[in-house]
Ligand binder design. Sequence first.
Ligand SMILES: C[S@@+](CC[C@H](N)C(=O)[O-])C[C@H]1O[C@@H](n2cnc3c(N)ncnc32)[C@H](O)[C@@H]1O
Length: 221
Amino acid sequence: MTLYSEFLKNTDRPIHKMAHYFVAYERHFGRLVNRPCVFLEIGAGNGGSSQMWKRWLGPVARIVTIDINPICKQFEDEQVAVRIGDQSDPVFLQSLLDEFGLFDAVLDDGSHQMEHVTKSFNYLYPRIAHNGVYMVEDMHTAYWHEWGGGVRDGKSFIEYFKMLIDELNAYHIRNNELPPTNFTNSTYAMTAYDSILVFEKAAFQNRHTFMFGDPDKRVNY
Ligand SMILES: C[S@@+](CC[C@H](N)C(=O)[O-])C[C@H]1O[C@@H](n2cnc3c(N)ncnc32)[C@H](O)[C@@H]1O
């Protein structure tokens, strides 16, 4: 069953997704299907998406959704936890890590305000699983002033993503112009789609050993 077919046949609680997002979901979250995993969605909405993730990821997945609106607590069930709080509040985010441990995947479908998206990412990304995936959707808002963005605006999360491409490649930058960071050492890939940004992590013992494919020297991937 593809996630998209699951979405199309939904007659239950409303799900708020664009059709072309399903390519990215299936590509980046597909390896979690029927695996024990912890999946965090920021933004519960009307409760339909957490049910969709539950049906697709299977019975051993733990789905966690967060929302600032207390009404979303009603969407909780035996496999779906709902916690109420602000995605930009590090104390709240830490309480999720304390309760649920390492997230294997995070999908940010919350406020889509640049400040919130950036704060959630900066707090959660370094703290998710070493091979975790972090996806931010609806990033067309990064071009809109009402969401705190704008074309080539320094506060736009799209601009932040572009800057992080340099950090991803920091080992190739000469003269210590941009020294490798924790992001460099923990990030395997960054992917941009229409309105979606994806970050994939991997732990490296030695970045170049990994690149030249010595499997004995890989760690935790
Ligand atoms: C687009 S809806 C989520 C839709 C849902 N994920 C789906 O696919 O059906 C966005 C949600 O983010 C919530 N939200 C807005 N600001 C937030 C914040 N600062 N922290 C957490 N959730 C927030 C809203 O209450 C709303 O329910």
